[in-house]
Design a binder for this molecule. Sequence first.
Ligand code: IMP
Length: 427
Amino acid sequence: MSTLVVVGAQWGDEGKGKVVDVLAERADLVARFAGGNNAGHTLVVEGKQIITHLVPSGCTYPGTQCVLGAGMVIDPEVLEQEVASLRAMDLLRNDELRVSLDAHVVFPYHRQLDGLREDRAGDGRKIGTTRRGVGPAYEAKAARRGVRVRDLLDEQALRERLLKNKDALEPELERLGLATLDVDALVERGRGWGERLRPVVCDAGALCHDAITAGKRVLFEGAQGALLDVDHGTYPYVTSSNSVAGGVCTGIGIGPTAIDRVWGITKAYTTRVGRGPFPTRMTGADGDRLREAGAEFGATTGRPRDCGWLDLPALAHSARLSGMTGLCVTKIDVLAELPTVQICESYEDGVVPGVDSLEVAVPRLRTLEGWGDPSVVDGLRSATSRADLPGVVRAYLDLIEDQVGVSVALVSVGPDRSQTLRLADPF
Ligand code: IMP
């Protein structure tokens, strides 16, 4: 077994950064396959916090190669800043970063469009995007006028693409009160990015394929979560790429037969930022309490996340969409700070995720024995095996496994690497 895909099983922010960071310890190569700097991974290494938006979480291990795949959209300015700050921490040395020639480029006008569209949309029509230009960059890609990393290395191709974008976007830019594209200035800027990226560009599919063939351990790091997938999520309140595990094949350029395992990350409860259905969302003081307990504020935008109980039907749906073979349950310690714990086992009126819109789902909640006893937290922190976990926590994990039909492979009981209970081997 040499390949593992790790994806979010909810609406993003499941703690993928920490889990991938822990799992990357044993990986030779970590590759991202979708999304852009709409993602934000918070890593805590020896008490130091690191937030990455584009570079995969493998960046903290010397010698581990970090690859950005063709399915991503990359804002070169953000990438340059991120690489500079990682290098200042003596991370991501030498030739550890590789960028696909076929990844698409996010330009400043994508960011402006993203933000202004959100500002101008009526209240009922906002998506609540991260305003990083990710949607407009994928839109250009689908319209076959996107600028790829390879186009930054070819002035004529770059100018042609930008002229196409100028034509296509002019009416909207004018309507939004934005200046039209200054193609000459953008070509200059784009060429500068291209020259600085030149030493790290690659065919990411071939690179991953060769690593797999050589028996190396390859970890594919998802961004966002399955329920934000453009095809399978809560459309239109989704991101613009494929965040389910299948996105690896197109987003990297490898076949499905190359994937050995798929682990899905879920919080022990649920959060969501941006608009869209969220059946177990808690409003009022209960939601505030969970948000404070779990420090639920976005790593990318700082927005407060909506909080709710764990939604097992939605999780089972995600597990099916990605063919999950293991579950990683994060932030389970946070629930110990609440007087009671609830969990959604099904929805009223037989609503089924995937068949019915989650917009209409009313959760049936089961109330579990409270975890308030401080010995539960102590028990969580000191556990070195599943049997060591406090009884209420073991029962919670059993319930998840029973309903979702996937075994728990890892439990995270705090932000630090050391606060991790590993129950199965990733590779
Ligand atoms: P976009 O990806 O910026 O276009 O945003 C579309 C939707 O996806 C919004 O609801 C965002 O809040 C959500 N989203 C995008 N990336 C993330 C993420 O990394 N975590 C959580 N939500 C995200």
